[in-house]
Design a protein around this ligand. Structure first.
Ligand code: S3P
Length: 443
């Protein structure tokens, strides 16, 4: 299905975006491991998270949808997962696949992991290496790609693992395997990444410590083979999804949009810090804490933006937001430089290449680097008119639709259906703000 975003006059209104994807995956996983029933509200019911729900069922947990975004998970206890009878299908979701590889690696069971064409291209070596050290056995396609089969360790070895890449998925996979290892599993993180696993493990009663180590590293330890107790989870709104209506409001003339209850975890808000440095009028209102996470309402008005150089060490806190930041940069006076983000090349698509190609197709000046890009904006004069290849990547699709609302000519993306992986009601929600979006079935 193609989707086309047309220049829109003004976006206005008060909205809520769906629950956070990272927290939704983790709620299903830890709920499935706890002894007793976990209640979740605000779960993101996107395809990625639904794949994790299905996988947890296949591993023995009882996962029940009781209403819109409300779910109940009856867990099997740490060590209690059963071997799935068929392959686990993670669709487009790297997070679901990598976190569950950690989980299976810590149990004496065998499971096969499959996914769509995008997920089957993504590197799994980054989790295979530490999980093999812990005693699991992997049989993967060449280059450590899926489909792959994991046989978990009979008794997982608690290891100490310095993360070679700044990746919350790798950190979480090792910690989840460590939950069933006798003793302390340690992850050393050179650059801080999202800490939802650590926070939620603590809420479920796990023994977790997070301490600063030498040379600014963070040392995270989990003690294995302790029981997890259910903790109700209220999933806050996803800052990575909120980014799309927020950048749309900033760059579409005459807009005034409030997004309520957005999670403001410091490891997730790099985009907002950067936009404010660019001159964005984002008013952070009603700051509060919900379910252990800071949240706030964000009121956004159309703003005159200027180019900035994004600090390298900000990358982990905005790793999913570079494509939509590129859209803001296309509207900014001057040049925005984004570097230190080589990880973008191994996301749902090669997001450096896909973003650069999408910008070029819409008349935006951009220079590509191995680890990022530089964009020279044209305030009020973004041409648009291009068709963008989505490469099975929801965030590429939503980023370029965002470009279309504030451009001179409409922008089309070729795989609008990918948006359902993370933001199923995106089209309805944007139309509710006044955006012009049309869809057409592919011939
Ligand atoms: C996620 C971690 C990030 C992010 C992904 C979600 C998570 O990936 O890009 O969308 O929930 O742990 P990496 O850990 O590979 O950087």
């Amino acid at each position: 299905m193609t989707l086309t975003a047309s220049p829109s006059s003004s976006l206005t209104g008060h909205i809520t975006v769906p629950g956070d994807k990272s927290i939704s995956h983790r709620a299903l996983i830890l709920g499935g491991l706890a002894v007793g029933t976990t209640h979740v509200t605000g779960l993101l019911e996107g395809e990625d998270v639904l794949a994790t729900a299905e996988a947890m069922r296949a591993l023995g947990a009882t996962v029940t949808r009781t209403g819109d975004g409300t779910w109940e998970i009856a867990g099997v206890g740490v060590g209690g997962l059963s071997e799935p009878a068929t392959a686990l299908d993670f669709g487009n979701s790297g997070t679901g696949a990598r976190l569950l590889m950690g989980l299976v690696a810590g149990h004496p069971i065998t499971a096969t992991f499959v996914g769509d064409a995008s997920l089957s291209k993504r590197p799994m070596g980054r989790v295979i290496t530490p999980l093999t050290e812990m005693g699991a056995e992997f049989h993967a396609r060449e280059g450590g790609r899926m489909p792959l089969t994991v046989t978990g360790a009979p008794v997982a070895l608690p290891i100490t693992y310095p993360l070679p890449v700044a990746s919350a998925q790798v950190k979480s996979a090792v910690l989840l395997a460590g939950l069933n290892a006798p003793g302390q599993t340690t992850v050393i993180e050179p650059h801080p990444t999202r800490d939802h696993t650590e926070r939620m493990l603590r809420a479920f009663g796990a023994e977790v410590s997070v301490e600063p180590g030498p040379q600014e590293v963070t040392v995270i330890r989990v003690t294995g083979q302790t029981e997890l107790t259910p903790s109700d989870v209220i999933v806050p709104a996803d800052p990575s999804s909120a980014a799309f209506p927020i950048v749309a409001a900033l760059t579409t003339p005459g807009s005034d949009v409030t997004v309520s209850g957005v999670m403001m975890n410091p490891h997730r808000v790099g985009l907002y810090t950067t936009l404010i440095e660019m001159g964005a009028n984002i008013d952070i209102q009603n700051e509060r804490e919900e379910s252990g996470e800071p949240v706030a309402d964000l009121r956004v008005q159309t703003s005159a933006l200027k180019g900035v150089e994004v600090p390298l060490d900000r990358a982990p806190s905005m790793i999913d937001e570079y494509p939509v930041l590129a859209v803001a940069a296309a509207h900014a006076e001057g040049t925005t430089i984004m570097r230190g983000a080589a990880e973008l090349r191994v996301k749902e698509s090669d997001r450096v290449a896909a973003t650069v190609a999408g910008l070029q197709a819409n008349g935006v000046e951009v220079e590509e680097f191995e680890d990022g890009m530089a964009i020279t904006g044209a305030p009020g004069q973004v041409t648009g008119g291009g068709t963008v290849l989505t490469h099975m990547d929801h965030r590429i699709a939503m980023s370029f639709l965002t470009l279309g609302f504030g451009a001179e000519k409409p922008v089309t993306v070729d795989e609008g259906e990918m948006i359902a992986t993370s933001f199923p009601d995106y089209v309805a929600l944007m139309r509710g703000l006044g955006a012009t979006l049309s869809s057409e079935a592919n011939s």
